[in-house]
Design a protein around this ligand. Structure first.
Ligand code: CU
Length: 159
């Protein structure tokens, strides 16, 4: 079978691109720059208000010195607001939604999770620098989606 030279070049180029994209995924996953969603943990969104953890979303300090931030996303806000965490210590975010799917993206970081009713999204992040970080919803969730923002305040450490 005869394949034209230019067609052959494009075929090899397309194949090379696929390999490059796969390589990028593997490298970023291996270096922890990106990671797939944490684990499968369910929570009943109908009884969220009486849930021992998500009933009173808050930031708590764990005995080992790490920090746990429990967050509930709902139309069109995040609770608690603002979320206040210390710098230089691992913060484990545990996020769910009480109504529809929301996004939870922390500007200036690689933190980007979905808040899905019935499921708990979890990831751990250490903030090196104190300051204010804007949290935005990046999943269309209703008429006021564009106004759904939250504030993350990182305190202490060196500026
Ligand atoms: Cu939204």
């Amino acid at each position: 079978m005869h394949v034209e030279l230019y067609e052959r070049i494009w075929m090899w180029a397309a194949g090379a691109l696929v390999l490059v994209f796969l390589g990028v995924i593997l490298v970023t996953a291996g270096l922890h720059a990106t990671a797939p969603p944490s684990h499968i943990e369910t929570v009943d969104p109908a009884t969220l208000e009486t849930h021992p953890e998500f009933g009173t979303p808050a930031v708590t300090e764990m005995p080992d010195g790490s920090v746990k931030a429990v967050v509930v996303a709902s139309m069109f806000m995040y609770s608690p607001e603002p979320i206040e965490v210390p710098a230089g210590r691992p913060v484990t975010f545990r996020i769910t939604s009480s109504d529809v799917i929301h996004g939870f993206q922390i500007g200036g970081t690689n933190a980007n999770a979905m808040a899905i009713p019935g499921y708990v999204s979890q990831f751990t992040l250490t903030f090196d620098r104190p300051g204010e970080y804007l949290i935005t919803c990046n999943e269309y969730c209703g008429l006021m989606h564009h106004a759904m923002v939250g504030m993350l305040i990182v305190t202490g450490g060196r500026p």
